[in-house]
Design a protein around this ligand. Sequence first.
Ligand SMILES: *[C@@H]1O[C@H](CO)[C@@H](O)[C@H](O)[C@H]1NC(C)=O
Ligand SMILES: *[C@@H]1O[C@H](CO)[C@@H](O)[C@H](O)[C@H]1NC(C)=O
Ligand SMILES: *[C@@H]1O[C@H](CO)[C@@H](O)[C@H](O)[C@H]1NC(C)=O
Ligand SMILES: *[C@@H]1O[C@H](CO)[C@@H](O)[C@H](O)[C@H]1NC(C)=O
Length: 556
Amino acid sequence: MDSEGMLFKFIKWIFSFCMLTKIVIVAPKLNNFDSNAILNSCEFSCVVASLDKVTTVKEVSDLIQSLADVSFRNEPTVVVGRLGSGINLERFWPNSKPLVVQGGLDRKTVNQSIFIFKRLKKDRTCLLRPHKSLNIPDVAQHKVFSKEMKRSDAVSIAVNIINENCRSFRNVDGSINIGGLHRNEILNNLFQAVKEEIKSHDVSNSQHLQDKKTQYCSNKIFYSSVDGVCKKKNLQDHYDECERIPVPTSFHFFNEYLTQSKPVIITGATEKWPAFQKWTNKFLRAKYGKTRIHIKATPNGEYEGVEDKSLWEGHEHFNIPKQVQEQLLHPDLVVVRPASLDMPFSNFLDLIEDVSKGITVNISAYLEYSSIDDYFPELNSDIKEFDFMHMLKLASLNIWLSDGKTLGKLHFDPFDNLLCQISGEKHVTLFNPHNNERLYEGHIQESQFTYNKSAGSFSRSRLLDSTSMVMSPVDLKRPDLKRFPLFAGTHPLKCSIKAGEVLFMPAFWWHEVQSKPNVTENRNMAVNFWYKPFLTKEFPCAECRLDVNQMYDHLL
Ligand SMILES: *[C@@H]1O[C@H](CO)[C@@H](O)[C@H](O)[C@H]1NC(C)=O
Ligand SMILES: *[C@@H]1O[C@H](CO)[C@@H](O)[C@H](O)[C@H]1NC(C)=O
Ligand SMILES: *[C@@H]1O[C@H](CO)[C@@H](O)[C@H](O)[C@H]1NC(C)=O
Ligand SMILES: *[C@@H]1O[C@H](CO)[C@@H](O)[C@H](O)[C@H]1NC(C)=O
């Protein structure tokens, strides 16, 4: 073995020794970074560094030492150190590229500055191998010392800057700040459907005992606790119902639902909307009949189901890049996208009316999440945003319209959702996003139905080289527990809304939506508000957990 190999083995040994004996390293030595060390650290953490001790002014040197020894000493997401002496900012990175700083490098103040190298987020959206070129973190330069500044001010200014750039939550003395405490409280109190079960079956025993038993049961994936006794779980009859509340204040909504990621049905919130009386098919046809829209169509009313790839023409020869194929958790499955058709809105109304009357068969058509602003702007005045949601940023406002017999298969959306039923009903089955291993989150190859208009039939001939990142491979109607055994440990929540009701569906909750028509109108219509989510997560990533969206840190 060569000496480098020996050294590596030795370091590995030290590392495993530390892990085994849980040695806490006291008074960490200040890191001395070269650019390779920065790149390595940035995979997991944010790196804060000044120039080397000789180059920086003494105040900055002291400041960095105190950030390392006190403020960020116990903060795993922030690593503090100095750039080694002789660092050349012109040929900084291992590929000899210069250090590029947001807003430009300010040479006059480098001696009074700290540099913040942000954590490199893994790109989960692209399965193709990253380019050969080096993945370099974003870098910010902050002047943390000037003659006018008091030393104590300089430290607290630096801590604030680091918190903001590295998304840490520390006080100068190293304790967790108020925002961080609030965030921890939120993340420790996320709603889980299984907790509701304890309450509804809380008959005699103390809550504590019940909790313990339920925890025990929920570890055993095929069992659950009923009346404090572990029973074999029957997937079919084991739903909890969604809570129903009248219109909440924004304070109540924020604390009880939004921050807890808890679904809830809100009643009486849309009573004043003109939409209910006004938006008949006749009215919509007269106003928007000529507007061209994109609609989705399937043979059987199922939207985005997952099925065997072998059902698709040409699957033996389809060429998906090998490195993509290797990363698919379920390479033998495909997500089936509906056919996409363009037509004037009046033709779409004809189509769903004819389908309802049985004049047209073997097709289901759906106007899915179509932007009201883009396609039906005047409809905006017939509905109203809700006051209780005012703290979130609206991402889009959509309309949904179908013959009322569609089934949207199990998936999640990265938005907080207010789904408002206008006509018909939606029966929504929800699963919380906290154990996504149980729903087998991951990339799944896509395929798409082709519709032959003259034949009036669909074909399975279009495999795609793209992947879906939000669909579960588990078929709720016929779950294959041999293949997806962890699914048995999930606990669904059933939320059914009828006309006039609003379902708050927090971001990343998995949902399957069975629509039902209003039988006199033969249609199902809804609008939904999608908001930038309060709680967010990286995806697709089964083991990644929810966190407060940085964009809402001011609400903490
Ligand atoms: C930074 O400090 C070093 C050493 O004190 C000095 O030689 C250099 O001129 C300073 N650079 C700037 C831009 O002030
Ligand atoms: C509709 O589908 C059924 C079942 O696949 C088939 O038997 C029937 O012939 C189809 N009808 C038409 C008009 O295509
Ligand atoms: C569509 O169906 C018609 C009638 O069955 C057939 O002649 C035609 O080739 C089909 N078109 C395509 C593109 O497959
Ligand atoms: C169905 O629509 C009709 C006509 O708009 C309406 O009067 C009725 O209340 C609706 N039914 C339900 C159950 O909402």
